[in-house]
Design a binder for this molecule. Structure first.
Ligand code: SF4
Ligand code: SF4
Length: 314
């Protein structure tokens, strides 16, 4: 698989970035050892890039991956907003993955120029760690076109991790075309770009082929993070990203997989999940949580917060 520069960061990554949200406790709930078997197969195809986040709870999985491939490039993210929370997040990440440095550290789910300003203390901390060599590149992830555009004025933000897919599913403030224009602009400035939710957080799983055709054709994207939770998914994506054509039996096996958020009927109506969903996909109807599947990006964050363990992605 092709290895290319991540913008002008000096870091070189495979086009396919192994996303770990789907193997973690919010989705497939694989053990770290089970996860390692998937990483191992991806590494055999030349994948060298792993995406995680503090909230995914997959640092132990990444640690296993690094036992197999110690030089893999690791990207993580946190919601830190001040120096103390940034220091705690960095410490948790290096301890969790078992390595003293992080290749790419991002602020998670930023929304606008305003939220970037609000995280100034955390940004200062991460940039200090970068100067000392403990972080390779700093940046942010976002579902917002406005936030991608806001990074144009921040030279310290070297990597942008935006949401983009062929239908624009999950983009908070516009269309796929508008997001693409914003990504092109930041990429031209030399920022590294990593696409998230190319499969619409699972909504485009049955259209995997055309969804990958779309994202692979974009020359302003350095890497594409895709969550994989089975050997079949790893095989399919690695073959596609290597320029091959997966066999029909493999494509057919994956074609039947379509994930969906399920809220059990014994919901107590506390509203915690609705308040936590940044896509406004959950509303309270007659005292129970109801999901609008057209808005749900299947991130699983609400499931983690439900005190009754009512929410699952299956
Ligand atoms: S409903 Fe839950 S899984 Fe869906 S986007 Fe909102 S937080 Fe994520
Ligand atoms: S957090 Fe759980 S119990 Fe509360 S409204 Fe949501 S699904 Fe119901």
């Amino acid at each position: 698989m092709k290895i290319s520069p991540l913008g002008s960061t000096g870091i070189r990554v495979s086009k396919l970035c192994f996303g770990t949200l789907t193997m973690g406790p919010f989705q497939a709930d694989l053990t770290p050892v089970q996860g390692a078997a998937l990483f191992e197969r991806a590494f055999e195809y030349g994948v060298n890039f792993i995406d995680t986040a503090e909230i995914y709870e997959t640092y132990a999985h990444v640690r296993e991956a690094l036992r197999i491939k110690p030089d893999a490039v690791v990207c993580t993210k946190s919601y830190s907003y001040d120096a103390a929370s940034a220091e705690a997040s960095f410490a948790k990440a290096v301890k969790g993955i078992g390595r003293e440095y992080i290749d790419v550290f991002l602020l998670h789910e930023q929304e606008s120029a305003h939220t970037i300003r609000g995280h100034a203390e955390a940004i200062e901390y991460f940039l200090r760690m970068k100067e000392r060599g403990y972080i390779g590149a700093f940046g942010l992830s976002t579902h917002y076109i406005g936030c991608v555009n806001a990074t144009l004025k921040h030279s310290e933000i070297q990597v942008v991790f935006p949401l983009i897919n062929k239908r624009g599913i999950g983009i908070a403030d516009g269309t796929a075309g508008e997001m693409l224009s914003a990504i092109r602009a930041v990429h031209q400035l030399g920022k590294g770009t990593i696409a998230m939710k190319a499969l619409g957080g699972g909504h485009l799983i049955t259209e995997r082929e055309s969804a990958l055709d779309y994202i692979l054709a974009l020359d302003c994207i350095d890497a594409i993070a895709i969550g994989m939770q089975s050997i079949d998914e790893v095989e399919y994506d690695c073959i596609r990203f290597s320029g091959g054509v997966p066999d029909a039996a493999l494509a057919e096996r994956l074609g039947v997989v379509k994930r969906r958020l399920c809220i059990q009927s014994w919901c107590q109506g506390c509203g915690i999940c609705a308040a936590a969903c940044r896509n406004h996909a959950i509303s309270m109807v007659d005292g129970k949580a109801v999901c609008d599947h057209t808005r749900c990006a299947l991130c699983g964050y609400c499931a983690r917060l439900c005190p009754e363990f009512n929410i699952k992605i299956i």
